[in-house]
Write a protein that binds this ligand. Structure first.
Ligand code: BES
Ligand code: MN
Ligand code: ZN
Length: 491
């Protein structure tokens, strides 16, 4: 699908398969003097009771009189002033309305909404077009037919701001799609080695450096916690290092760490059978790192970023790690594994130690870490944990701007009490209370010499129910954050 910006000439003679016009409530005027014919039809539609301008509603008129367009699609924005969320909802409604139609080439028109549409159209239209096809036949009759989307602007030429917004949105959505596709991919099609191949493919396409460590190299590094999780699986673990040197050698390095558990059965502390299939998504943190690299690769963002992905399965087996086993992490701290289902923090803690070698300005880890986070925040906000107010605020702002929000949770030592062990430096679980916080407290013990934040995406990376599947979150938040850092004036 292609997106472009087209200067608006005469509406009446604009040849297109669908002219999509956004109107605020009451849905009688799109706010453009040159759109008299459209407004007249909108008035008719509201008088007939067919359209109200309510947020997310649509009205389609085939072969509209006085227009060269084959279809006119009116989309309600709800009452003014129109908030960013409303623009998102309305553009998604527009994209959905075109789902069952033959329109291939579409034009979008919104008075005073050009900038908003440029930032959201790729998300709405590529989101609508996304189809999982890795292991099922494509059904051509259900294919999304829209193939080019033109944003009409009243400026004689597309402004730099408009072009920039469109480029960022398109690249971000490509990253979201990549992450979504990986989360959807079944565990047997997405072992650790597959994540490594995806990273290598990204490196080739965008000029990143990439390194993939196998079991023996992971052993040599002393990553005993990652190895403990991996020892129950026949699939060998991988430790993936991706690197985008978009800024100078002396410029700061930012590290993203993504949990890459390609299937989480719980291990010996096995999970109940219902919905266990969904635990193929337990590599969504890794997928979000790969998706973010796709976006910054397309944009060639001027920033230095390292992506770290510890990747493994978590399975029960004769060789699997057992409750009560004590292992030595790369940091030297010993860990009593009281529950083998708390495996994410085990693979992450070694990656957090590995991150030290980059002398990073910041480290953000992203993980489908706890069911407790889903209970606390549901599917709306990702959980944000950080001892660093400045970093936390930056991530909250980035999430809000990208409409990929996160909510800060407390991170104070009192919660870490329960992690005390009689047999090791630390246990990998505490009690049931505040489970997402105690998990973050565990991770914090392995963060040294850098600013750090942790995003728990257990509730936001996946949709359950009939429409179950990956969401591609929090790629939008991460890309926005990195762009904000790249654009910030150097101190
Ligand atoms: N991958 C899960 C977290 C998860 C659970 C994500 C449900 C989405 C939905 C993680 O590895 C896990 O199993 N965590 C345990 C931790 C517990 C044993 C302390 C959990 O949340 O139950
Ligand atoms: Mn688990
Ligand atoms: Zn897990």
């Amino acid at each position: 699908m292609k997106f472009s910006i087209a200067p608006l000439k005469t509406l009446a003679t604009l040849e297109t398969d669908a002219l999509v016009v956004f109107l605020p409530q009451p849905g009688t005027s799109c706010g453009l003097v040159e759109a008299g014919a459209i407004d007249a039809m909108a008035v008719e539609a509201t008088q007939d009771g067919d359209f109200s301008g309510a947020l997310g509603t649509t009205y389609v008129r085939a072969r509209p009189e006085g227009l060269a367009a084959r279809r006119l699609v009116l989309v309600g924005l709800g009452p003014a002033p129109i908030q960013p969320r409303a623009w998102l909802k309305a553009s998604q409604a527009a994209a959905a309305a075109l789902k069952s139609m033959g329109a291939v080439r579409v034009h979008l028109l919104a008075a005073d909404g050009e900038q908003a549409l440029a930032a959201l159209a790729p998300r709405a239209f590529l989101g609508a077009a996304y189809r999982y096809e890795a292991t099922r036949k494509a059904e051509p009759q259900h294919a999304y037919k829209v193939d080019s989307v033109h944003l009409l602007t009243r400026q004689p030429r597309a402004s730099a701001a408009l072009k920039e917004a469109l480029a960022v949105a398109t690249a971000t959505q490509a990253g979201v799609d990549l992450a979504r596709g990986l989360a959807d991919l079944p565990g047997n099609h997405c072992p650790p080695e597959h994540l490594a191949r995806v990273a290598q493919g990204l490196a080739k396409r965008h000029g990143f450096k990439v390194e993939v460590l196998g079991r023996s190299e992971i052993e040599r590094l002393g990553m005993g916690a990652l190895l403990a999780v991996a020892q129950g699986s026949a699939q060998p673990p991988r430790f993936i290092v991706l690197r985008h040197d978009g800024a100078g050698r002396k410029d700061p390095v930012h590290v993203l760490v993504g949990k890459g558990v390609t299937f989480d059965s719980g291990g010996i502390s096995i999970k109940p059978a219902p919905e266990m299939d969904e635990m193929k998504f337990d590599m969504s943190g890794a997928a979000s790192v790969l998706g973010t690299f796709e976006a910054i690769g397309q944009l060639q963002t001027r920033i230095n970023v390292v992506g770290l992905i510890p990747a493994t399965e978590n399975l029960p087996d004769g060789c699997a790690v057992k409750p009560g086993d004590v292992v030595t992490s790369m940091s030297g701290q010993t860990i009593e594994i009281l529950n083998t289902d708390a495996e994410g923090r085990l693979i992450l803690c070694d990656a957090l130690t590995y991150a030290e070698r980059f002398k990073p300005a910041s480290v953000i880890d992203i993980a489908t870490l706890t069911g407790a986070c889903v209970i606390a925040l549901g599917h709306v906000n990702s959980g944000l944990f950080s001892p660093d107010d400045e970093l936390a605020d930056a991530l909250i702002k980035a999430g809000a701007k990208a409409m990929d929000p996160c909510w800060r949770m407390p991170l104070v030592d009192e919660y870490a009490e329960g992690l005390k062990s009689r047999f090791a430096d630390v246990a990998n679980i505490a009690g049931r209370a505040a489970g997402s916080v105690t998990a973050a407290c565990f991770l914090q013990r392995f963060t040294r010499n850098y600013r750090w934040a942790h995003l728990d995406i257990a509730g936001t990376a996946w949709n359950s129910g009939a429409e179950k599947g990956g969401t591609g979150r929090p790629v939008g938040l991460l890309v926005r954050h990195l762009l904000d850092l790249a654009n910030a004036p150097r101190a």
